[in-house]
Design a protein around this ligand. Structure first.
Ligand code: GLC
Length: 471
């Protein structure tokens, strides 16, 4: 038997403990799939104030770690639990800099403890060093340190100045989930973080790309797109330099959590054999949201962070000209929240805008929707289109990044330009098929439902990558 590879898995978000988007989903699901393949993977994240310690049986360990920081020797308390539904160990680090009320602190947000003077770049640079100190304190010597997004991008940099030889054998894999969020720090923070030999400002994302042993991103298409404008987010030069050590591995979804045949969140369970039961969910959702109850009117759903990336400016009065109902779920920038809420207020029996984060409702929307919309400007991978397909909702997506790698003409609809003309004509094409050619529509639903969206194959690819790096 091959020796178990030890992986220290660092992420700012890990579902179900702390999540705002896809990063959390990935960090909460990929480790389970890796563990099934025999990898000794352990997760590390900050013990934010929002994490429910009781619900997840998070217990303090006797071991503590010391981080030598510009503020002095900072003591970290280490807590432990397991990833629900698995044996994967999860370590949560407790310290005044880390136990903020929210995961991310916007620059002007009042902190719950104003005297801690922490912001995201300070918090996550501290976390990254704390995570390295914690593994050493725990005597868990990882062969692979797998870090995710800008928050943990400084790993390699910190390893280069690590005082012991504990990490001598460790290789760093850096996964980009979204190149647009880069983490900028001025030189005062660089000093605060105690980075040696550093001059000027620091771009965390760029640093991760330049220094990791291998860079991955979350779909093959996005791995190509970020090599040049416009999707390189200004970092094309660095990415092109690393192109031989850069690859795209498509995300999976948690197919146990997202399974219409066993989903406790939905009104009526169903499978590919009992697809007609989707309608029961639709009627219940229409009732709950105050839409007109009608099993035959097509329902289009969108679940997303409401940000510029997501192409939300497409939604306007034209929606109402179609025989279709529209449901939105998510939070984000006030301008989009207002735009969608105003549309819903004007047409309450046709449009519903749920400006919140609600997991149960999300499942109910996947189960009810006939059409699922992801009109993103760019999309590194995108998970909702896969979740939707698993529940027999047909995706209409912009042809970009991971959307292009998961949706095709057999399971959904794609459009190229982010224009209202292209968007609404694609919607019309879909609505026409839904109404006029139900057999073809059903076929499309079945293709999506029967595809393997699990983490099994992607996890094998990560494992192959780890092995290659350790040869
Ligand atoms: C980010 C990306 C999204 C991706 C997710 C998980 O949220 O925007 O496309 O699916 O990370 O990798």
């Amino acid at each position: 038997m091959k020796k178990k590879i030890k992986v220290w898995f660092l992420s700012a978000e890990v579902a179900p403990f702390a999540k705002t988007g896809g990063l959390g989903d990935v960090a909460g699901a990929l480790p389970k799939a890796l563990a099934k393949l025999g990898v000794d993977v352990r997760i590390c994240l900050p013990l934010y104030g929002l994490i429910d310690r009781r619900a997840y049986q998070i217990k303090p360990l006797k071991t503590t770690a010391i981080v030598n920081w510009s503020t002095g020797a900072e003591k970290i308390r280490i807590y432990q639990t397991r990833l629900p539904g698995s044996q994967v160990p999860v370590y949560l680090l407790d310290h005044l800099f880390l136990n903020t009320a929210t995961i991310y602190l916007q620059p002007n947000d009042p902190d719950d403890k104003p005297n801690r003077k922490i912001d995201d770049v300070r918090k996550f640079s501290f976390f990254t060093k704390a995570a390295l100190a914690a593994a050493e304190a725990l005597k868990f010597q990882p062969e692979i340190i797998h870090c995710h997004d800008w928050h943990t991008a400084l790993v390699q940099h910190l390893l280069h100045q690590w005082p012991s030889d504990f990490y001598e054998v460790s290789r760093v894999v850096y996964t980009i989930h979204n190149l647009a969020n880069q983490g900028w720090a001025g030189h005062n923070i660089v000093r605060w973080a105690g980075l040696k030999n550093w001059q000027g400002d620091l771009n965390f994302m760029a640093e991760g790309i330049k220094t990791a042993d291998w860079v991955t991103t979350v779909s093959p298409s996005y791995a190509q797109e970020i090599l040049s404008r416009p999707l390189d987010a200004g970092l094309g030069r660095y990415l092109r330099q690393r192109r031989r050590n850069l690859s795209g591995i498509i995300n999976g979804i948690d197919v146990v959590e997202y399974n219409p045949a066993q989903d406790k969140n939905i009104v009526k369970k169903f499978s590919a054999q009992t697809l007609e039961r989707k309608k029961i969910n639709k009627l219940a959702l229409q009732k709950e949201l105050g839409l007109k109850q009608d099993a035959n009117i097509p329902l289009a759903g969108l679940i997303s962070r409401l940000v510029w990336q997501k192409g939300l400016e497409l939604f306007d009065q034209q929606m109402i000209k179609r025989n279709c109902q529209w449901v939105f779920l998510g939070t984000g920038e006030p301008r989009y929240e207002k735009q969608l809420a105003a549309l819903a207020a004007k047409y309450p029996d046709r449009i519903s805008a749920q400006i919140k984060f609600n997991d149960r409702l999300a499942h109910q929307i996947y189960a009810s929707a006939d059409i699922f919309l992801v009109p993103s400007r760019f999309e590194p991978c995108g998970l909702t289109q896969m979740m939707a397909m698993r529940y027999g909702a047909v995706p209409i997506v912009r042809s970009t990044g991971g959307l292009k790698d998961t949706v095709n003409k057999n399971n959904g609809f794609l459009f190229n330009k982010l224009t209202k003309t292209e968007f609404y004509s694609t919607i019309d094409k879909a609505l026409d098929e839904y109404g006029q050619r139900p057999a073809i529509w059903r076929q499309r639903q079945l293709v999506g439902m029967n595809q393997d969206w699990s983490w099994n194959e992607p996890a094998k690819e990560y494992l192959r990558l780890y092995r290659r790096l350790l040869q």
